[in-house]
Design a protein around this ligand. Structure first.
Ligand code: M6R
Length: 609
């Protein structure tokens, strides 16, 4: 988490840094700061509690200028969100910004205090500033001091430092948290994500684990973890940043919900023939690999984990192979059994989620046939480090609550099911039906979005509720989980999801008129079972909100509100039924007046474990 931007230029870089932070706000938004140094060695630092807007207002009110600078937007790990804990942190001439966690900050802090260093914040970051100052006493340069310092740090970090006595350079180090160098003409930049630097350059070098780099206006020198000078490839970026504008929408989340038909069109484009998935869809060598695959292990977090759960139903029922799905933070810390001929599939919107990335790295050592990532961000760590990548092409997702990233992941996973299934008994007729179904999806989603006014009206009934239950069966169970996550994430209403058959094993005890029960009920082979579960709730005085196929014959009455969702092929139902739940969360959050796009305590990209 946390976003970093830095620049070494002849011109004033403050506006570049603040704009960069605005674009990185998805990484954290509890406080922000900027520090610049002039050629004369004057350092100015400005920090504010709250979002980047607070900082940009402060910059406007109290102009600062300098050609070398670093800036940061924070998601607190050590020390509460406050101005004194906001980055940049300073130790005498050294100024630092940092993303990640220094796990051994406590003994380092004690040792530095014993040497007389005075700490002015509660952060783990401040130890970096003091350590570099200490090392600089003996080292000949800021670069050498940083190289010595990073050897003492345990944990994950991306960090950028400058020395006000030498404004010609910044030094950066990457270990676990992404950093990308942006190459300009007579000026160079550094950031956590290329998005931050797109206004100034399209040429990027991605730092690798353990790299330390010295950046001046005219040069970039990179050293690997052993201190050897090393070259990193220059990439020309074609990433677009279309996130600045909410258009006609009040929030990015709503815009992104409505973008789903278009996003899915993009996901499908050029990947389907008349009757199957094209071999090239998953990249060079995918077909050869898929022929051998007999098991899929999925790792992901949050919403992406829910899409993996849906995929398990598909891969086992249609793809003809076994599949495990595990939360990446659990997978990475247990010894798991690797099934023969297993493919490791990571799923991630950002491609930078620390736990998912760690799970991929572990799996590389563990004997998997290969790795595939289903990801939305080109050039992200997961994409670069996986053998194969399926880009979801959802476009930039700015709202912290994931919407179009989720449904485009599901489309990718449906195509993966077809691509693997064709070697495991998925017939030509089935492939043709699935192809037709996927092609019809954008239109079905348009029809589903037309339910918004009904859902908005329904949301009124949730505003005073404190708890809720979401129910589904089969591949709708993960959709119930996703619906519950959306509601708690943006409306702060406690929500839990259950496989509807589990109700009688405990949760039925919770049912009363104050506990809304949301049910997703497409007309599939589990409908009758689900209807029985609905009756169990009604018999105990529960109030139900049922999203159902018109054929499912649920009737609205005093205890049940029914919203009819367009009828779709089974494979599409998890995708289509997601939309009403997204809209419900959105409208409940609006009524409750929460910060929809940037809910409290969260960040879009979770780059710390
Ligand atoms: O970028 P990723 O898909 O790896 O992120 C995983 C989760 O952090 C993310 O899906 C999170 O759960 C969303 N905020 C949920 O809306």
């Amino acid at each position: 988490m946390c976003g970093i931007v830095g620049a070494v230029a002849q011109r004033d870089v403050v506006d570049i840094l603040v704009e960069g932070l605005r674009r990185l706000e998805y990484r954290g938004y509890d406080s922000a700061g900027v520090a610049v140094v002039t050629e004369a060695g004057e350092l100015t630092r400005l920090r504010r509690l709250g979002k980047v807007k607070e900082l940009s207002d402060a910059v406007a009110a109290q102009p600062v200028a300098g050609g070398t600078g670093i800036a940061h937007t924070r998601w607190a790990t050590h020390g509460e969100p406050s101005e004194r804990n906001a980055h940049p942190h300073v130790s005498s001439n050294i100024t630092v910004v940092h993303n990640g966690i220094i796990e051994n900050h406590s003994p380092l802090r004690d040792a530095l205090k014993a040497k007389g260093y005075v700490f002015t914040s509660d952060t783990d970051t401040e130890v970096i500033a003091h350590l570099v100052e200490e090392e600089l006493k003996a080292a000949g340069s800021l670069l050498a001091a940083v190289q010595k310092t990073v050897k003492q740090l345990h944990g994950a970090y991306g960090t950028v430092l400058m020395d006000k006595t030498d404004s010609s350079r910044v030094v950066v180090a990457r270990s676990g948290s992404p950093l990308v160098i942006g190459l300009g003409i007579g000026e160079n930049f550094i950031a956590s994500d290329q998005l931050a630097l797109l206004p100034v350059t399209r040429r990027f070098m991605f730092l690798e684990e353990g790299d330390v780099a010295e950046i001046t206006r005219h040069s970039v020198s990179i050293f690997d973890k052993d201190g050897n000078a090393i070259e990193r490839e220059v990439h020309e970026s074609n990433v677009s940043y279309d996130a600045g504008d909410k258009g006609q929408y009040r929030h990015f989340m709503l815009k992104e919900i409505y973008e789903q038909p278009h996003a899915i069109n993009n996901t499908l484009e050029g990947r389907l023939s008349a009757d199957s998935v094209l071999d090239e869809t998953f990249g060079n060598g995918a077909a050869e690999l898929f022929k051998k695959v007999k098991h899929v292990q999925i790792v992901a977090c949050g919403t992406s984990y829910h899409s993996g759960m849906v995929a398990r139903y598909w891969l086992e029922s249609l793809g003809g192979i076994s599949c495990n799905v595990e939360i990446a933070s659990e997978f990475r810390y247990r010894k798991s059994f690797v099934q023969p001929n297993s493919l490791l599939v990571s799923i991630s919107q950002s491609g930078e989620t620390a736990d998912t990335l760690a799970a991929l790295r572990l799996a590389k050592e563990a004997g998997y046939l290969g790795s595939l990532t289903i990801c939305n961000v080109a050039g992200s760590s997961l994409v670069r480090e996986s053998d194969l990548a399926f880009m979801t092409r959802a476009g930039a997702e700015i709202g912290v609550a994931s919407t179009k990233a989720f449904t485009t992941q599901l489309v990718g996973l449906a195509m993966l099911t077809m691509a693997i299934g064709k070697y495991n008994g998925l017939t030509a007729v089935q492939q043709r039906e699935l192809t037709d179904a996927l092609k019809s999806l954008p239109a079905k989603l348009e029809q589903t979005l037309a339910l918004a006014p009904q859902i908005e009206a329904l949301a009124e009934e949730f505003a005073d509720k404190h708890h809720s239950l979401f129910l589904g069966r089969g591949d709708q169970y993960p959709i119930a989980m996703e619906g519950a996550l959306k509601l708690k994430e943006i409306s702060y209403i406690h929500a839990e999801a259950y496989a509807a058959g589990e109700l009688k094993h405990g949760p039925l005890a919770l049912i009363d008129a104050e506990m809304p029960i949301i049910v997703v009920a497409p007309n599939n082979e589990l409908l009758e079972k689900l209807q029985s579960n609905v009756e169990e709730v009604r018999a105990r005085g529960g109030i139900l909100y049922v999203f159902a196929d018109a054929d499912a014959k649920f009737q609205s009455d005093d205890t049940m509100r029914v919203i009819n969702v367009p009828h779709v092929a089974d494979i599409l139902a998890p995708i289509v039924y997601t939309l009403p739940l997204q809209l419900l969360s959105y409208y409940v959050a609006i009524i409750k007046g929460t910060d929809v796009d940037q809910p409290r305590n969260l960040a879009k990209s979770v780059t710390v474990e």
